[in-house]
Write a new protein. Structure first.
Lengths: 413, 248
């Protein structure tokens, strides 16, 4: 029997019980949807991380009090919270030890709690600017570039000048028609002169990277306090080749700066682009496995639904099977017919699940402002799994149908 | 009525059964449905198989229709031994050589007349264009040329049985096996269906009627009476013998 004929027969039988077929299909759709949407979103994120976003500039590693993925569990956080802050004094000690060993050493302290708001001529920005106290190396260390004006200088830090370099969002909001260079703005009650504007960097994980103000770290401490702040230190090696050597020396220098005895473990975190990426990839891996297991369970449940419906269908259509056999259908024709129906339900549900999953996953990716992807691999895997579910769970009902005794089947009312 | 008595010359033997038996195990009891039946049916015959219920009539029909194989004995269909065929071969014989007509029509309810008639051709592997053409032709032959796109529930009982007859004819079978074809029809419609069978007979088809109604069996040219799994009487013609043996 021709393939087209089997599809036609399957469609006609399934069409006779539209609601039932649709509900059975829905089970598969949900299973496939869950895995495809998660895989699409994660795939899009990972693609952006591996190919687009750089957390840090090149050849850079960073020391900080907290690890990159601080959102682990409460206990782990406790351990980090009890660490001593990296003080500016320790940071300067490190700076001096490492001078000449590295291309750039960026000391930075973030005013996460400040929620800065810049005001110029009565115009205000949203009150969620990130204020950073740092030095001239911040741009390199955090992969920012200067649009125009000038960067912070060592002199600015030394003299704790009231100067700031602002992100693109602040420029667009406060200075739509004039240059901000040389203008005096108020930020959270303090006045600063704008000396430079950063080039637009876009968003990462749904967060803008253009709403920050950077100022000399010394000025930052004077205006916002030094006592409870920890300093992050980013160090850039001269080249890729010297990276490992610089890295080793830096750890030694950091231990000296922190006053650690040789038997004490590091009381600071070290992270690099690679470690940040692998931290993400680790988490993504767990989410993937979770999504996979959940959808597998959903698909098995849906498969049982298919088997159930097909068994009901075989019983209901016993007479039809008898008639078909009496006019010359072979057992394998009947087997194929019922198997086709099961696989068709499964595949149709799968295709719908894949489409909805990709749409949902990419909507999520869009919301996170990362590039959209089409997860071919997962889509194909989804279809294969659906075929397997359809065949696996359709085989027994189809086998039962195929082996009905034609005489008994014809007599069935 | 003059056509009814005209007997066409029989052709070569189509069905040749010799001393077949069929036993079923029902619970702990062995039911001997057929106890040694021998029968020869030639092409161009119009035969009625009669008998009360429990006489083995249905079993014999299933056997003739290759839905079942005998427990013992010889059954040759067009010279081929049916008793030794496997399921696929039996299906092929049912598909190409036998046209079933049932009391309850047994059409697929959701399919159009055309689709129902096409079905044996689908299983025979005929390509779609020829299939539709052939099915439409046969439907026209049984007088349903204007009903090919109707579904069974849009047709009268007589029309449904005509669709079933068209389905039986469509592969050009060696025999038409009709099981109480008028059992679900009123007598007028039943008479029309019997006229259609008469017509088919006159055009060279071989017809086997299974019935317990004498009026219906009277259309046949030869009658086989079954009783308790044995052939009680096998005689040509019907009307002359309408006395003792049937007066139960």
């Amino acid at each position: 029997m021709l393939f087209g004929e089997m599809i036609k027969m399957a469609l006609s039988s399934l069409g006779a019980n539209k609601l039932r077929s649709a509900l059975t299909m829905l089970g598969i759709t949900i299973g496939v949807f869950s895995v495809i949407s998660v895989m699409t979103a994660i795939g899009a994120l990972q693609y952006s991380i591996e190919n687009g976003i750089s957390f840090l500039g090149s050849n850079i590693f960073q020391f900080g009090k907290y690890p990159a993925n601080i959102s682990a569990s409460g206990d782990v956080q406790e351990k980090f919270r009890n660490r001593h802050n990296i003080t500016y004094k320790q940071a300067l000690h490190y700076y001096r030890l490492m001078e000449g060993e590295a291309r750039e050493i960026c000391l930075k302290s973030f005013g996460y709690e400040v929620k800065g708001q810049a005001v110029y001529n009565g115009v205000k920005t949203t009150p969620n600017l990130l204020i950073v106290g740092t030095n001239r190396s911040f741009l390199t260390a955090n992969a920012h570039t200067l649009a125009y004006g000038r960067n912070l200088t060592d002199e600015d830090v030394e003299l704790s000048r009231r100067v700031i370099v602002v992100g693109k969002i602040i420029e667009k909001r406060l200075f739509p028609h004039e240059t901000p260079i040389g203008k005096v703005v108020r930020v959270s009650g303090h006045t600063y002169t704008i000396v430079g504007v950063l080039a637009e960097k876009g968003t990462a994980f749904g967060q803008s990277q253009d709403d920050l103000c950077i100022m000399p770290i010394t000025r930052f401490f004077e205006d916002y306090g030094e006592a409870k702040r920890t300093v992050n230190i980013a160090t850039q090696a001269f080249t890729q080749d010297t990276y490992n050597r610089t890295f080793d020396r830096a750890i030694g220098a950091m231990r000296i700066a922190r006053g650690l005895r040789p038997d004490q473990p590091n009381d600071f975190e070290i992270y690099s682009n690679d470690s940040l990426k692998s931290a993400f990839v680790n988490v993504a891996g767990y989410v993937r496995v979770g999504a996979f297991v959940i959808s597998l369970i959903a698909l098995v449940a849906a498969g049982i639904g298919i088997m159930n419906i097909m068994l009901v269908s075989v019983t209901e259509r016993t007479k039809e099977i008898g008639v078909r056999k009496s006019i010359g259908a072979r057992s394998r024709d009947i087997l194929r017919q019922f198997l086709t129906e099961a696989v068709f339900i499964s595949e149709a549900g799968g295709v719908l699940g894949i489409i909805l999953g990709i749409v949902a996953g990419d909507l999520l990716a869009m919301w996170l402002k990362v590039d959209l992807i089409f997860p071919y691999g997962w889509a194909i895997a989804g279809l294969l799994v659906c075929s397997a579910v359809g065949i696996g769970f359709g085989l027994y009902p189809a086998y039962r149908a195929a082996n009905l005794d034609p005489i008994e089947a014809l007599r069935y009312e | 009525m003059e056509t009814r008595n005209s007997i066409r010359p029989p052709g070569p033997v189509v069905i040749d059964i010799e001393n077949i038996t069929k036993e079923y195990v029902m619970g702990e009891e062995v039911v001997r449905a057929l106890r040694g039946v021998s029968l020869q049916i030639r092409r161009n015959e119009y035969l009625a198989i009669m008998g009360p219920s429990g006489s083995g009539k249905s079993t014999l029909m299933n056997m003739l229709g290759c839905l079942d194989t005998p427990s013992a004995g010889r059954y040759e269909f067009n010279g081929k031994n049916v008793a030794e065929m496997d399921d696929d071969e039996l299906a092929a014989v049912r598909n190409r050589e036998i046209g079933f007509v049932f009391q309850t029509f047994n059409l697929l309810p959701r399919s159009t007349s055309l689709r129902n008639v096409e079905l044996p051709l689908i299983y025979a592997g005929i390509n779609p264009d020829r299939r539709v053409e052939r099915a439409a032709q046969v439907l026209a032959d049984v007088g349903l040329g204007d009903r090919i796109h109707h579904k069974p529930n849009e047709l009268s009982g007589g029309q449904r049985q005509r669709v079933a007859i068209a389905r039986a004819l469509v592969n050009g079978p060696s025999i038409i096996l009709a099981d109480e074809p008028t059992g679900n029809l009123d007598s007028k419609t039943g008479e029309e269906i019997m006229e259609l069978f008469e017509n088919l007979y006159q055009h060279g088809n071989t017809i086997i009627l299974v019935t317990h109604e004498r009026d219906i069996a009277a259309h046949a040219r030869r009658t086989v009476h079954l009783r308790d799994g044995l052939i009680e009487m096998d005689h040509v013609g019907f009307i002359a013998e309408l006395d003792m043996p049937l007066a139960r």
